[in-house]
Design a protein around this ligand. Structure first.
Ligand SMILES: Nc1nc2c(ncn2[C@@H]2O[C@H](COP(=O)(O)OP(=O)(O)O)[C@@H](O)[C@H]2O)c(=O)[nH]1
Ligand SMILES: [Mg+2]
Length: 221
């Protein structure tokens, strides 16, 4: 309800104005409330980001958290700890935990906590990169060339894709268990990352990951 000379709030008695403002700014308030909860360490993640080490989970989360746009942002190192961030995409704000990709105790514990112990999960964002996983460690890179004969990009990609598939299978097992215990998640998103590296083959990548197509990956789903 508006008039020609002012907004509806101008006609509301002063005492009710904070309520009107609370309603008007409810999205903003929700966002800062979530940020405060994370700061106080009481915010429980309702979404987790999973996927192998090096697929780009931290960069993705930082982007949606808004960190990557600030000047003092550095590219994250390979993480072994769980990163917890409030993430806003459009009007959607959730507390998201990035589960480290390495097969470590921290990873097993974080997954178990999220899937079997903490409050019911809303969703899982599983990040994949169609084999374009970057290998940071030069010793590992050297070892791959010398003992596994992975001396071309295509061979490394095929190797990465096989590992990604195996990792996805393990993840699906854990999700199935959690769902059978009535704990969720309610949805699973496959986030195909690094598309800048295969822009000219996007349709082929989509055939591999899109649940309506047939591939080794979608078979598992
Ligand atoms: N080309 C390209 N590289 C990316 C993209 N996202 C992440 N990376 C790179 O992939 C590497 C691993 O990213 P990171 O977020 O640390 O992976 P995490 O181990 O899954 O958390 C880093 O060197 C990133 O710069 C992307 O969309 N395109
Ligand atoms: Mg990371």
């Amino acid at each position: 309800m508006t008039t020609d000379n002012g907004s509806w709030t101008d006609f509301v008695p002063t005492i009710t104005k904070p309520i009107v403002y609370t309603y008007k700014y409810r999205k903003v308030i929700q966002k800062y409330w979530k940020i405060m909860q994370v700061k106080l360490n009481s915010g429980r993640p309702s979404v987790i980001i999973t996927g192998r080490a090096g697929v780009g989970k931290s960069v993705l989360a930082a982007h949606y958290h808004g960190e990557a746009n600030t000047q003092d942002w550095n590219e994250p190192g390979t993480s072994t700890d769980v990163e917890i961030k409030p993430i806003t995409i459009g009007e959607w704000t959730k507390i998201v935990a990035v589960i480290p990709g390495q097969n470590t105790k921290e990873r097993a514990r974080a997954l178990d906590e999220a899937l079997n112990k903490a409050n019911k999960l809303d969703g899982v964002i599983h990040v994949v990169d169609w084999g374009f996983t970057s290998i940071r460690d030069s010793a590992v890179r050297k070892e791959m060339v010398e003992s596994k004969g992975l001396d071309s990009i295509e061979k490394i990609r095929a190797h990465n894709l096989a590992l990604e598939l195996k990792d996805f299978e393990l993840m699906l097992d854990k999700l199935a268990m959690s769902i059978s215990n009535n704990r969720g998640p309610e949805w699973l998103v496959i986030a195909v990352n690094k598309v800048d590296l295969f822009e000219n083959r996007l349709l082929t990548a989509e055939q591999y990951y899109n649940p309506s197509c047939t591939s080794e990956f979608t078979d598992k789903m």
